[in-house]
Design a protein around this ligand. Sequence first.
Ligand code: 2NL
Length: 360
Amino acid sequence: MSDFDSLTGEWRARIAAAPDLASLEAERVAALGKQGAVTGLLKTLGGMTPEERQSEGPRIHALREAVTEAIGARKAALEAAELERKLATETLDMTLPMPTGEQGSVHPVSQVMDELAEIFADLGFSVATGPEIEDDWHNFTALNIPESHPARAMHDTFYFGADKDRDGKRMLLRTHTSPVQIRTMQAEKPPLRIIAPGRTYRSDSDATHTPMFHQVEGLVIDRGTHLGHLKWTLETFLKAFFERDDIVLRLRPSYFPFTEPSAEVDVGYTVQNGRRVVGGSDGWMEVLGSGMVHPRVIAACGLDPDEWQGFAFGCGIDRLAMLKYGMDDLRAFFDGDLRWLRHYGFSSLDVPTLSGGVGA
Ligand code: 2NL
């Protein structure tokens, strides 16, 4: 056996004995790396006479070929073995039952907010949000509620002590989501169709009022908008929300500083099992406030009221949830009582869709 045959046999044996990919890599470096043994032999070719090179060259190259091939074969074998091991040990039992134990639920307020977004998206509205800590201008002044206006007293406002806005006025917790609509009118070009759902705050607390409550407001700004658009939109919304076709609306003249004319919207109800159910018209319940956006509000946002008109409405989300899902005490909404949450909460998989139904 020539020196080269025994050398080839030696390397083949070392490579075949490599127990894992890391040891195999070490063998590769030892043979073919920059300082490797086979590389060293290749380097000797440069110092040979042409005759020597002619006889030694093919042998050294053949050795390199053999080593390279052996490494490739061993690598494939080690990788195949590794895959076999993974397939044998890393199993997933698809027949295991769902995890059990404590499970959360979607709060009715969150559920109703999702329902509102779904219903209004279908009518071309997008959802707008904004800060809960507001300045005086966005919460009051832009809405045609100046300093002395009696409506300021109607909103029992939570004011901050030290933090002042640009006009030197105290910051406050927004008393409605209207400032979100003001900000949208300032930032975006009409036509606009938005709803603004979110937390609002008033210093008020009894069986039907909590200091924090949820409101949704809607706003449409376009050319030639009129009361008919408002009534159709509210009727379409309430029919989709309560999932009934026998919804009857009654618009009563009212007053809000930010709309003119203004209308309070009552929805007809019938009594079933001693409980008021929306639909029919045995009696009336107030559910919404609404009106045509006051030209002064449009102008305050930098738009020309002669070109742009609009309607707006607002209502309490908590109250909508109570009417639809039958709770009778608002305060329980914010107690965090697990029994209440389990009873009235929704599955996170129960996503409201118009095709699948926005109800429970
Ligand atoms: C209610 C009444 C209402 C609005 C909210 C609004 C917003 C802008 C301009 C004009 Cl930016 N109006 N919002 C209009 C009418 C009524 O809410 O009773 N909410 C609970």
